[in-house]
Design a protein around this ligand. Sequence first.
Ligand SMILES: Cc1cc2nc3c(=O)[nH]c(=O)nc-3n(C[C@H](O)[C@H](O)[C@H](O)COP(=O)(O)OP(=O)(O)OC[C@H]3O[C@@H](n4cnc5c(N)ncnc54)[C@H](O)[C@@H]3O)c2cc1C
Length: 281
Amino acid sequence: MQVSDSLRILRSRKAIVVRVVDEAPAVKTFTLRIEGEHDIKPGQFNMIYYWGIGEAPISLANLPVRSGGSTIIEHTVRSTGIVTNTIIEKARTGSILGVRGPYGKGWPLDKHENMNIVIVAGGIGLAPLRPVIKYIEKNRGKYRDIYILYGARTPTDMLYKYELDNYFKIPGVKVMLSSDVRVEGWSHYVGFVTDLVKNIEVKPEETVSYVCGPEVMMRVAVRRLLEKGFRKENIYLSLERRMRCGIGLCGTCQFGHYFVCKDGPVFPYSEVEDYLWIEGV
Ligand SMILES: Cc1cc2nc3c(=O)[nH]c(=O)nc-3n(C[C@H](O)[C@H](O)[C@H](O)COP(=O)(O)OP(=O)(O)OC[C@H]3O[C@@H](n4cnc5c(N)ncnc54)[C@H](O)[C@@H]3O)c2cc1C
């Protein structure tokens, strides 16, 4: 890549917040309008910039929609530190954010046509997988059986509560929900989402799994999927590392010999297994 290309790719575009939805404590979804095209795919991310504060990598949380001369995208943000706190506290309808991207490699949905897909999401990990669900719903004929396993600490912590019921209605889609703790009125599973893997009924050799959540949850999910007979190369994980440039130059997000920003964030387990079990990598 030429230096001039890098500089162009590092420039933020103006995005106007057109809607804000409260999802869960300290989690909001922002609908943004960007002038012109913004061709971002499920599993890719943008660097979202709050003026004067800084940037944070945030995954695409819904399929992009072209509207007139603009593109409408959604990002779900959880408040964890300086940038995300500021976005959650200050950004409202009419606010302007910077959007730099799209970056990274997303979920290889094209490669997995005619396969079963098992989605395993923990907490805010449903955000990068929501566009996958929307894509499958739109292109239902391209995929076989679909499982959506989604768990959170409590039902209140779940994202997109207003549309979870719709997932149950997509033909050929089985949804299993879990809450880590027992809560009055909760009729689904109580325990970790990874426990639900044992209930899926698919031929592992015809199935891929897309996993996103806290890293400890992803490690357990991998174990459970391997126990079920899944091939290592059919288990995909969306990894999270601190990052700055987003284009593989600064080295902040190095993970073994990969840059999470450029080579990921979605990796087949077979590519990252050597590093995933080493603390601090
Ligand atoms: C590819 C990708 C996609 C992501 N998608 C989403 C998404 O869709 N939604 C979402 O909410 N988040 C997402 N994240 C996480 C999000 O980017 C981080 O929460 C955010 O960058 C934190 O920035 P901050 O300035 O708000 O917090 P910071 O102020 O940077 O701090 C965040 C936390 O990290 C700790 N910390 C600070 N510095 C370090 C350090 N050097 N090493 C280790 N820990 C440190 C802090 O103590 C604090 O607990 C994604 C991350 C990646 C890499």
